[in-house]
Write a protein that binds this ligand. Structure first.
Ligand code: SAH
Length: 287
């Protein structure tokens, strides 16, 4: 299940040749049955209802999602969120900090009201602009992998590429001291801002820009997490990891795998392939 080849885009000269290093994935065997992320499939399924901004000016202005507690209908009560977390635990996620974070973030408040009754099902759902909020299992799984090296300690600085609606950033804010998140689609960046503002989460900083370049002004990071899949992990991100830091990313096109990359020295990285997944594509530039 693990593949420790060094396959990311570093010039060969920059990669120290070492015997493969065991990646601290203590639950790898137990996690062999993974639920694939269904982001792109769901985005396609909801495509007709989720036109591009040019085709639907009404959708171009992101609507502020209300944080009215009255929206906590029986369908989206804390018990429903708890059931989601129990399901994620059965799927193999064990880190109690991550499970607690998933239980405390009101996922339904990151979605359009029309979809909020589906917020806790095990699926990605459309957020507009052909993008999706990630499936709960994969959010938890990736954050657990990111935390793996921290030995129970809180992560310090984490960078997320692909803020989307801001949900994963809110979960990360429970396990990291500082969360930086970059989104390349301006209206989604603004949507995340308006979703997160009423939650008053002090340790998230949102940036609009191309996350493939990372965030050099805030680097280095001890964790980097990508919410969109590239054919390879951009080198700028590898360079912005601390030594000992972890990067978790979906990699691939039609067939995607979740990869864990650890920086083990100034110019040495290891990579492990964890499981299949399915994400929207990582794209260069801004929109
Ligand atoms: N983190 C979100 C998932 C959003 S989907 C959640 O909580 O569910 C992935 C997001 O990555 C999309 O919003 C997409 O626009 C964004 N994205 C893709 N390529 C990017 C890039 N180069 N820089 C920043 N964001 C990017």
């Amino acid at each position: 299940m693990t593949d420790k080849d060094k396959r990311f885009p570093l010039s060969l000269g920059s990669i120290g040749v070492r015997s493969p290093q065991a990646i601290g994935d203590r639950n790898a065997a137990r996690r062999s049955v993974a639920t694939p992320q269904t982001a792109t499939r769901n985005a396609a399924r909801h495509g007709e209802r989720m036109p591009l901004p040019a085709a639907a000016p009404a959708r171009a202005a992101p609507q502020r999602i209300q944080s009215d507690p009255d929206r906590a209908t029986p369908l989206i009560s804390p018990a429903v969120r708890r059931a989601m977390v129990e399901r994620i635990a059965r799927q193999g996620v064990q880190d109690r900090r991550v499970l607690a974070a998933m239980e405390s973030v009101p996922r339904h408040l990151f979605m359009e009201p029309a979809l909020s009754s589906q917020a806790y099902i095990d699926a990605s759902l459309p957020i507009g602009y052909h993008q999706t909020i990630s499936q709960p299992y994969i959010v938890a799984r990736m954050i657990e992998v990111l935390c793996g090296a921290s030995n129970g300690a809180r992560l310090e600085r984490v960078l997320e590429i692909g803020t989307g609606c801001g949900y994963q950033a809110a979960v990360l804010a429970h396990v990291a001291r500082d969360v930086y998140s970059i989104e390349r689609i301006k209206p989604l960046h603004e949507l995340a801002r308006s979703n997160l503002r009423p939650m008053r989460i002090a340790n998230i900083r949102l940036h609009y820009g191309d996350g493939m370049l990372g965030l050099p002004q805030a680097a280095p990071f001890d964790g980097i997490i990508l919410a969109a899949a590239g054919l390879e992990v951009p080198q700028a991100l590898l360079e912005q990891l601390t030594v000992g830091g972890r990067l978790v990313a979906p990699v691939g096109a039609r067939h995607q795998v979740l990869q864990l990359i650890e920086r083990i020295g100034p110019s040495e990285w290891t990579t492990a392939t964890l499981e299949d997944c399915h994400f929207v594509p990582l794209r260069a530039g801004t929109a």
